[in-house]
Design a protein around this ligand. Structure first.
Ligand code: CA
Length: 236
């Protein structure tokens, strides 16, 4: 897809930003449409089916968070949230509203364009992946169904929060191979990773407590010291 065929919906109420965005994104070859409040953003989203939405958090009539949530009930269109300060980012991330990425004002246009491209690339990659998999992954007595979002271990259904599910899916898809911490963090958290290096370990620990026979002596997810984690291939 070339930029010219791509429509970006900019939901922004500050004229100075609107002007700058319009100029910059148009120059980059994107088609730009502008919504000046949350309601208009939703209306234009439904009318235009944009390829990406740049969504300001603070909008008149309806907040960016509510707009994002509303869109996510029907669509997985890439959304980049725009916030005024980093404290707001924590709110967005904490609420898990379903944005793909975020930028903080004031941002450079170069950074923004790079983020837009990255989100688009990631999304296209996911689409390719999604059409080729969607079948149940089996490893010994662990079954993971990506489509139904279900995991069963030793014939028992195990409830996993989203991030733990994604982590297990990633590890099982790469069973037998070591995944480095950086790769795992990038794939599961991306830009949302808080920077606290313990987050990954905490998730692994929780996951082990739910799927391992003896979580203190893990046989499924093993730690490769100084490197990362590996889901042990159960076929051997
Ligand atoms: Ca605003």
């Amino acid at each position: 897809m070339t930029n010219a065929e791509m429509t970006i919906l900019v939901a922004e109420d500050e004229e100075s930003f609107i002007e700058a965005l319009n100029r910059c994104l148009t120059r980059e070859g994107f088609t730009v449409r502008v919504a000046r409040d949350g309601q208009e953003a939703l209306e234009l989203f439904e009318k235009l089916h944009p390829d990406l939405i740049l969504l300001d958090l603070m909008l008149p009539k309806m907040s960016g968070i509510d707009v994002c949530r509303a869109i996510r009930t029907t669509s997985q269109v890439p959304i980049i949230m725009v916030t005024a300060k980093s404290a707001e980012i924590d709110t967005v991330v904490g609420l898990e509203v379903g944005a793909d990425d975020y930028v903080t004002k004031p941002y450079s246009m170069r950074e923004l364009v790079a983020r837009i491209r990255a989100v688009m690339r990631r999304r296209q990659g996911e689409e390719v992946q999604a059409s080729t998999k969607e079948k149940i992954i089996k490893q010994g007595e662990v079954f993971l169904d990506p489509e139904r979002h279900e995991v069963s271990v030793r014939n028992k259904l195990v409830k996993l929060p989203l991030k733990e599910f994604e982590l297990l899916e990633l590890l099982m898809n790469n069973a037998g191979n070591v995944l480095t911490r950086d790769v795992i963090i990038d794939r599961i958290w991306g830009a949302y990773y808080s920077g606290d290096t313990k987050t990954l370990d905490v998730h692994v620990k929780r996951l082990r407590s739910k799927i391992e026979t003896d979580p203190s002596d893990p046989k499924l997810i093993t730690t490769i010291r100084g490197l990362g984690y590996r889901f042990e291939d159960q076929k051997y």
